[in-house]
Structures are given as C-alpha cells and as structure tokens.
Design a protein around this ligand. Sequence first.
Ligand code: ADP
Ligand code: MG
Length: 153
Amino acid sequence: MKKSVFFTTSPGATRKLGSEMAKEKKKEGRSASGAVVLGLRGDLGGGKTTFLQGFAKGLGVKEKILSPTFVIFKKFKIKKSGFKEFFHFDCYRIDSPKEILSLGFEKIISDPKNIVAIEWPERIEKILPQNAIEINFIFLKKNKRKITLRGAF
Ligand code: ADP
Ligand code: MG
C-alpha cells in the first residue's frame, strides 16, 4: 500500500493534483473487480470538491463539478476511455448507509466501468469497498492544504 503526502498553496494546485491523479487512473485502465472508488475525508473547506473539479477535468468530464448540496450524487460521462461514468457522492447529509443503498450504490461500485468519488465516506464506512483509495484533506492555513493519498494507486 502506497502513501503519498502533498502540500498545495492554492485551489489551482489542488485541482492540478486531482487532474494528474485522474490521468494516471485513466492510463492504468479498469480492473476486473469493480469500480475505482475514492473516499475523500477531511474538514469542510478542506478542498475535497476543489480536488474533484480537477479530477473530473482530468478524466475528460466536460461539466463543472459543484458541491451537490441538494442531491446525494451526480453522474457524469467520461469520454474517450475504457471508463464510462464518473459519480460524485456527497454523504454529508446521510445518516444511515441504507439511504445510499437505496440509490443503487452497490451496483454503481461493482461496475468496473465506473469511477466513484465519495465526500464524507465516514458516513457510510460500513459499506465502503475495501479497495477504496483514501484521500485526506487537512486545512493548514487560508490557502494551504495537506493532502494525503493512501491505497491502491
Ligand atoms: P470541501 O469540499 O472539502 O468542503 P471545497 O473544495 O468546497 O472544500 O472548498 C475549499 C475552499 O478553500 C475553496 O473555497 C477554495 O477556493 C479554498 N482554498 C484555498 N486554498 C486551497 C487549496 N490549497 N486547496 C484547495 N482549496 C483551497
Ligand atoms: Mg465538498
């Protein structure tokens, strides 16, 4: 299991890190055993959504990623890749894993053509796949974040 630590000093640098990671994932291609799943942990304002804006761009998603405030998840097309769809979940408002299971979560994470990013995965810890890549965001200063990656990447 690899672990990497990054410091960014602007939202743009965090987006760039996300974009680079996405390109890496695209290059690796899909596995036989389910979706690529990322769990993004850390405080509000830590940069999770900012990271995913770059990540989605790196995947070739055309739409802009926003915080899905009134919905639990959004789905985007991935162009020109073995991967087909990018899912952005925000579990901040979820009280029980049941809420997300009723949205077809298990089917989504079992499809190797999907890439699934989950903000606040701690809310659904029990049903997170074991191979989920963990990304931690720590707020250090107004513009400075410590970002730690851990898992299969
Ligand atoms: P989260 O999704 O973790 O709640 P957001 O990405 O929505 O966080 O918000 C992060 C906020 O912090 C944004 O307003 C962004 O512009 C700002 N910011 C400042 N510096 C950074 C940085 N180095 N990385 C990411 N975001 C930063
Ligand atoms: Mg967010």
